[in-house]
Ligand binder design. Structure first.
Ligand code: PMP
Length: 403
């Protein structure tokens, strides 16, 4: 049963028991309406209220400025849809700004575009995919991979020093993009990459959102698929600087410039203009996110959550470091607090034995991503401290048994 297992899967990931209990009741009879939450209209008063309060909780937790300078959005399509949406909307913003600065002269915008680039920091599998999507949509000429961790070392697991990044001069930078936490490779930015300051920065926080405090004002766009730290699969949260929504070119302008036209479901102004309800949003998934966030707020917000996340990660890494048989994949300075990726000396059979012993102890979901193998502990917010402690105990016990 649930109470026998601690599940460390990377996403979809474990959710708090109380949230699932509340959600289960809502599926059958939401708020005593006699209608289940999955069945009710996304335009009902109660749905609108769920979306609005989910926005509020998110803004409270992230400390989003209250002056309207940012807008919060719930979308479908997962993190992957944001790879496209970010590229379309930030290129759109740049084009409209350039058009305004050049008094509507399309030839001047074309000339400026010839030197303009979006900078991508490729530090793992997900930022690689995002960069590839930008290249596919915008064309190679508009995309600059400013750093690629794999190029030098053949595998992900490091972030090159900022002074080695090949960044586009600020006046020609369309936007900058990075993935704050690489779920597959276990690489997390220790802090905001300072050399991106002064550019429009988009960050994928799918796997570490709400696990530490964030200075929202440094970002143009923050997005996160919900299914790791916030809820289930099916919704993605987006926080967007409001001026980006207001400054977008017409379809006609884009056509004249030969630039791609965003599908309506990737056009942020359309979606925010309808308060996330341009089309049918899965309200049940937003409800789960709201309940998860209410729990984090009740426990002291992101400062408290960050402390717990760090403590659990430290305990797990120290048991790995002291074990003598484990090799943590990423370099020490970029180790993820959320996805702890490691190999065990002796090869796959030993790793299988570790997994088998873990499962016998009710510690599940520890297999590494299929693209890289090895083991991965996903230490998301809903992993209780006692689960991390129990797993650290097994890591120590297994190491001792191998000596
Ligand atoms: N970004 C990151 C950091 C992820 O971990 C994932 C999914 N694991 C994605 C993007 C893609 O998300 P989705 O599957 O929701 O499209």
């Amino acid at each position: 049963s649930r109470s026998d297992v601690y599940y460390f899967g990377a996403g979809p990931a474990a959710l708090p028991q109380v949230v699932l209990e509340r959600a289960s009741a809502s599926v059958l009879n939401h708020d005593n309406s006699g209608v289940g939450l999955i069945e009710q209209s996304h335009r009902s008063a109660s749905s609108t209220q769920i979306v609005a309060s989910a926005c509020q909780h998110l803004e409270t937790l992230l400390g989003v400025p209250k002056d309207g300078s940012y807008t919060t959005l719930w979308m479908q399509g997962g993190g992957t849809t944001q790879f496209s949406a970010v590229a379309y909307n930030l290129l759109g913003y740049w084009v409209q700004k350039s058009l305004d600065a050049n008094n509507g002269d399309l030839e001047a915008v074309k000339a400026a575009l010839a030197n303009a680039k979006a900078d991508y920091l490729v530090t793992g599998s997900w930022s690689k995919k995002a960069a590839e999507e930008a290249q596919r949509l915008l064309g190679d000429e508009l995309v600059n991979v400013a750093t690629n961790s794999k190029a030098a070392t053949k595998k992900f697991g490091s972030i090159a020093p900022e002074e080695t990044w090949n960044l586009t001069p600020k006046e020609n930078n369309i936007f900058s993009y990075f993935c704050d936490n690489e779920t597959v490779d276990g690489v997390e930015f220790p802090a905001f990459p300072a050399s991106l300051e002064g550019t429009l920065v988009a960050a994928d926080m799918s796997s570490n959102i709400l696990s530490r405090r964030v200075d929202v004002s440094k970002y143009a766009i923050i997005f996160a698929g919900a299914q790791k730290n916030v809820g289930g699969a099916g919704v993605t949260l987006v926080v967007i600087r409001s001026d980006i929504l207001k400054t977008q070119p017409t379809v006609d302008t884009l056509r004249k410039l030969g630039l791609p036209i965003p599908p309506i479901m990737c056009h942020y102004p359309t979606l925010t203009g309808a308060s996330s309800l341009y089309n049918t949003l899965p309200i049940f998934e937003v409800f789960i996110c709201r309940e998860v966030m209410a729990g984090i707020i009740a426990r002291g917000g992101l400062e408290a959550q960050e402390k717990v996340a760090n403590e659990k990660a430290e305990e797990l890494y120290s048991s790995l470091d002291q074990g003598g048989i484990y090799n943590v994949v990423p370099e020490k300075n970029v180790r993820s607090r959320m996805n702890i990726c490691f190999r065990i000396e002796g090869g796959e059979d030993v790793e299988k034995a570790f997994l088998k012993g873990a499962e016998e102890r009710g510690l599940t979901g520890l297999k590494g991503h299929r693209s890289v193998g090895g083991l991965r502990i996903s230490n998301y917010n809903s992993i209780p401290q006692e689960a991390a402690a129990k797993l650290a105990g097994w890591i120590r016990e297994f190491a001792a048994s191998r000596k």
